[in-house]
Design a protein around this ligand. Sequence first.
Ligand code: FAD
Ligand code: SF4
Ligand code: SF4
Length: 418
Amino acid sequence: MTLTTRPLHEITLLSQAERLKGRPKLCSDCGICSSSLRPRMPDACVFVENQSEAIEQRLHGRNRRDGDELLFGIYRAVHVIRMRNINPDAQWSGIVTGLGALLLERGIVDGVITTMAVPGTHHAPLPILARTPEEVIASARNKPCLSPNLEILDAVRESGLRRIAFIGTGCQVHALRALQDELGLEKLYIIGIPCTDNVAYPDMLRFLQAASKSPDTVVHHEFMQDFRIWLRHEDGHVEKVNFVDLDVSAMGGEIGIFPAACLSCFDYQNTLSDLTIGYLGAPLPPTERWQWTMVRTEVGEELFNLIRPYLEEGQFTQRGNRLLGVSEYVRMLKRPRGRPPWPIRKLIAWMQRNRGPRGLEFARSVIEMKLLRNLQFVRDRHGRLERRIVPNHVYRALAQYSQVYEEEFGTPLKAPVR
Ligand SMILES: Cc1cc2nc3c(=O)[nH]c(=O)nc-3n(C[C@H](O)[C@H](O)[C@H](O)COP(=O)(O)OP(=O)(O)OC[C@H]3O[C@@H](n4cnc5c(N)ncnc54)[C@H](O)[C@@H]3O)c2cc1C
Ligand code: SF4
Ligand code: SF4
């Protein structure tokens, strides 16, 4: 394992404010600005200029078609999958780290940029350049906090490696794609994980304290399709908390806990990767650990074919219709309601679990709500940046909510003149 010469343990554990000093207002700590690539920040940073549509043109020769591509990004194929031999320590079935390990085992790459936990913690992220399959497997599981993964490009350069795989989030992949041609790499494989509502490490601890009866023993948590957070503890037991029971206002509301960058992010599905591997559109129950993948590029096809013999394939499911629920969400964005009393919360949780959208329709509804919330956040707080950081496909994706948006906000949803 190769660490950079900088003391990443310390950096990762700093408070968000200290860590981001001297950076633009919107920063997700992708790693560029704490590496020797910092001078390239203006050309790489998704929060300076969102270049996703130009990068799509370069990767695919086109932009997104109407329909699901507007939400999921451009893909050649989409599959429900899980590892035949599920890694019980992984976030889901372990496809991401399984694939990274396989690339090293077969000698296809010489290093994999992946994220361990800082020793002695469950969740503080520590990006590394893994050189053996075992090191990649040891990095399984989410450390659901901002992680400066691109900082490891310095270690790649220092070690002279030319064939690498990168595992990371959408904002990191944007910067990596923007600089890809100048890194002197012979081969680059980009395995994307979906990402939304990430947090700085200290805020993640604050969140666990609010959500769990035993925050220190949580080793894994995930926001599930059944509208509950599942928190797995060191002894294996799973604690389930209804979304609606979470007292977000006690944490200062979404704005109090999520970094401004993540509230200005429009790439939940990591659409510029070669292959995205997540869980959002996969069938329940979570205990079966089904995942979904979007194969995006020719390199993504190579990756998928490599891991395919180790996978089981499942079927997509879907239920419900998101339009009413998402329209209601637009109204709530304008006129937020307080936390209802417990019996009403219980009813809402039951309705969400039993009547809410499922499978692919659930994925569409969640992505649309994040796009709406983040567009409104940018308009309210960083209006001058809208033209530069909100890609055009966001307005195309949300066009069906134009009427309710205009009724509520008294302004058009459509893109400002660029
Ligand atoms: C903050 C966050 C939010 C997410 N939200 C969603 C979501 O809403 N919907 C969805 O479908 N999927 C989401 N994911 C991805 C999902 O939880 C799984 O990581 C993914 O499905 C892979 O599962 P796996 O079992 O194949 O991964 P594993 O084999 O367990 O490997 C996990 C990989 O994630 C990498 N990783 C861990 N933490 C970080 C980090 N902070 N930054 C960058 N890389 C990291 C590790 O290096 C490892 O390579 C999120 C991930 C993160 C980190
Ligand atoms: S997101 Fe990355 S490139 Fe942008 S300011 Fe932060 S560290 Fe720099
Ligand atoms: S939510 Fe977006 S900006 Fe924040 S870490 Fe994830 S991909 Fe990056």
